[in-house]
Design a protein around this ligand. Structure first.
Ligand code: ATP
Ligand code: MG
Length: 721
């Protein structure tokens, strides 16, 4: 292939970066300026021009999805497959190293990954055993503390605790670590730290990787934390060349230990050359102008300019919704028009600050008959029934997995009560045994009542029986057998209603996911099952089942990083939501929220809608918010306001809220949305919604004491307040 083709479709600055001699480089540039594109072309350039083998390339991306995309793009550019290249997330790549060197890492071959849910459960158990009141000392706080320390690269022995609070944290950290080590479990932060330690403590191993990865590349560098930085530095050694790309204005993980300062540190530590890109290719001039104006309000910036020679495009539409339901309906109606105009839903994204905001939006999508996909939300592999099924499989593979044991010992219910469980836990603690072996010991020593003993024995035999039977089966058959024989399938089949049905479908989906799973050739797993279990913990949420269907993408602002969509909705842009309440209280946090807003806005290519609601019910509480300060920081000439009144009298044209019906309901009710009313029995409340006409006309009121209720308008006898 002609070398010049590698540089096609790049501007001069981008070419400088792609075709630079082997050296350490920082590409510092704003959103949509082609940083990721440069990274892809650089890999192709290294292979084509510098004759680097795929084997010598090590690229870190932000998500597994981005890694897959990057590999495909490199292959498209080179017009050849590239095996042997390591592309992945920090977690994915570290995990790979740990698997290959579990012995050096002091981990069992079948070590399991503990997700945040498992971690919570484990900490709760420890608190109980240590007689620590979890009302005074919430398990969550310990979880945060432990992860934060690991992200800093700190083990309990490295920490000096000066106050009582920290002494307590430290005590639990130490106990937690001991329990994890005993059971062969690693949490997310541990994956990175453990990998770092293995490399650091095994010079031969480190040399091996240093010699192998002559070319290292990192995307979204602004969000690396202390341990990731140390890890890169160690691996790069003195000889390898490393290119990092990033944007200090898009650093949004400070709350999880990311350090923007790492960019400056990199420049000194690696004596790196800086290349700046300034042309934006993604967004309209209007969107770019508003984003630039917003981010100028941050004081601490490395300073960059960004321009585009594209069109102004449409103004940014700002919608002041009455409440979150109104906001969701606004979004769904706009999406309906977008679809009717011949566009694809997958070209649109809805971005929100918190995961919990998605539910109301999901309901509006369902009502409007629009397909949606939640990106990185409640992930498939994190659902209750799926975790139950996986726990059986985990326990089959590793009897030391206490988290899995706890989860399924009495699921489905088999008469093992709290008392028996405490017995088992006590024995495990006293004898330093995993729960499984403690249960065995207790049964053998006849410490349980006859009934309890036989229930526990049955459970132990069940797991052993499953292991016995599945050893020669395919992965799909293994999962099927475990789900059936454990009684999980029958249990969820007996569960009534929509929820039960969904759970059964999910279990079936899990079986078919096992059927589709391909064991990666270049990774070392003792069995396909081990590979699959690791995959479910690491890659969950990305290969979602309905991947090929056209659907709106819904995600938090955080997970939108690096992505782009022609149409973007940013919802809940209100004081107290975004910027969040906490960010007003902690210094530095407001700037991070503003960067998050910048990230959100710069995802939009053609059209951006921003909405805020006057009142919002979230986490069971009604709150009144004013529009976010971020809106005021955008130039007025970039914004077009959509008035609430026109929206109320002309609601979306489809679904149960067709204009005539709603309008009739509105007229008949005699109340405005948002109006305060009094009901003889339920007391005072606020009008939220109406539907139907004539005798069918109903009105929804959110009562101060009782929450929201639908009432037949005719009989409601509401009084205006
Ligand atoms: P972010 O900061 O959001 O991660 P980025 O700097 O990584 O953005 P890219 O995603 O690489 O930017 O590029 C943004 C868009 O601009 C992409 O659609 C990309 O294909 C396009 N693009 C980049 N460079 C050029 C170019 N020289 N000519 C045409 N299009 C380009
Ligand atoms: Mg990018």
């Amino acid at each position: 292939m002609d070398v010049s083709e590698l540089l096609d479709g790049l501007n001069d600055k981008q070419r400088d970066a792609v075709a630079a001699p082997l050296q350490n480089m920082l590409v510092l540039a704003g959103a949509g300026s082609g940083k990721t594109r440069v990274l892809v072309h650089r890999i192709a350039w290294l292979m084509q021009v510098e004759q680097a083998s795929a084997y010598s390339i090590f690229a870190v991306t932000f998500t597994n999805k981005a890694a897959k995309e990057m590999r495909t793009r490199v292959e498209e550019t080179l017009k050849a497959p590239v095996g042997g290249m390591w592309i992945g997330t920090f977690h994915g790549l570290s995990h790979r190293i740990l698997r290959a060197h579990h012995r050096e890492a002091n981990l069992p071959e079948s070590f399991q990954i503990l997700d945040s849910d498992d971690q919570q459960r484990m900490i709760k158990r420890l608190l109980k055993a240590m007689n620590i009141d979890d009302k005074k000392w919430p398990a969550k706080q310990f979880g945060w503390y432990i992860s934060a320390k690991k992200d800093e690269g700190l083990r309990p022995k490295d920490i000096q605790a000066y106050d009582i609070n920290e002494q307590m944290m430290l005590k639990v950290y130490a106990a937690y670590q001991e329990a994890c080590d005993r059971a062969g479990l690693v949490d997310f932060a541990e994956i990175l730290l453990r990998c770092y330690e293995v490399l650091k403590n095994h010079p031969t191993l480190l040399r091996h990787y240093q010699q192998r990865f002559a070319h290292m590349l990192v995307d979204e560098f602004q969000d690396t934390n202390t341990i990731q930085y140390a890890w890169l530095k160690l691996l790069a050694g003195n000889t390898n060349s490393i290119m990092i790309v990033g944007d200090d204005d898009q650093s949004i993980y400070g709350w999880r230990g990311a350090k923007i300062e790492n960019i400056k540190r990199f420049l000194t530590d690696f004596e790196a050359e800086t290349i700046r890109l300034e042309q934006n290719y993604r967004s309209t001039a209007t969107i770019l102008k508003a984003s630039n104006a917003l981010i100028k309000n941050n004081a601490e910036r490395m300073g960059k300019s960004l321009w585009t020679d594209g069109n102004d495009g449409e103004p940014i539409s700002v919608y002041a919704a009455f409440n979150e339901l109104d906001e969701a309906r606004f979004v769904s109606s706009k999406l309906r028009s977008w679809l009717n105009a011949g566009n694809a839903l997958q070209d649109a994204a809805i971005l929100y600050r918190n995961n919990a905001q998605s539910r109301v939006l999901e309901e509006a999508m369902l009502q409007e008959g629009l397909k949606y996909r939640i990106y990185g939300g409640m992930r498939f592999f994190e659902r209750q029934e799926i975790k139950d099924a996986l726990s059986y499989l985990r326990l089959v593979g590793n009897r030391q997995d206490d988290a899995a044991f706890e989860r399924v010992i009495n699921t489905p219910a088999r008469g093992i009560g709290d008392k028996t469980l405490s017995h088992i836990r006590d024995c495990a603690r006293n004898e330093s045994l995993p729960l499984w072996y403690a249960a065995k010991a207790i049964v053998e020593q006849q410490h349980l009542s006859g009934r309890a003993a036989s229930a526990v024995t049955k459970f132990l035999e069940l797991v052993e029986h499953i292991e016995d039977k599945i050893s020669d089966l395919t992965l799909e058959e293994q999962a099927k057998y475990a789900i059936q024989t454990s009684g999980l399938m029958a249990m969820y089949q007996a569960e009534k209603g929509e929820k039960g049905r969904a759970r059964v479908e999910n279990l079936e989906e899990l079986i078919s996911a096992c059927g589709q799973y391909e064991l990666p050739e270049d990774e070392e797993f003792s069995s396909p099952l081990q590979g699959f279990l690791a995959y479910t913990s690491l890659e969950s949420g990305e290969g979602q089942a309905d991947e090929h269907e056209d659907a709106v993408q819904m995600m938090t602002l955080h997970s939108a990083k690096g992505l782009e969509f022609p149409l973007v909705f940013m919802v809940g842009v209100e004081e107290g939501m975004f910027p969040s309440q906490q960010s007003n209280e902690e210094s530095g946090r407001l700037e991070e929220e503003r960067r998050l807003c910048y990230v959100g806005m710069t995802r939009a290519m053609e059209k951006l809608y921003i909405s805020h609601a006057e009142s919002r019910r979230l986490y069971g509480q009604e709150k009144y918010h004013s529009p976010s300060r971020f809106l005021r920081e955008m130039p007025e000439d970039c914004i077009e306001e959509i008035r609430i009144k026109t929206q109320v009298s002309r609601p979306p044209a489809a679904g149960r809220f067709s204009p005539s019906v709603t309008h009739a309901a509105f007229e008949e009710s005699g109340f405005n949305l948002g109006q305060r009313v009094l009901h003889a029995k339920f007391g005072a409340g606020t009008v939220l919604n109406y539907e139907g006409s004539g005798a069918q006309s109903r009105i929804q009121v959110n009562f101060d004491d009782l929450g929201s209720k639908w009432l037949v308008t005719q009989y409601a006898r509401l009084q205006a307040l």
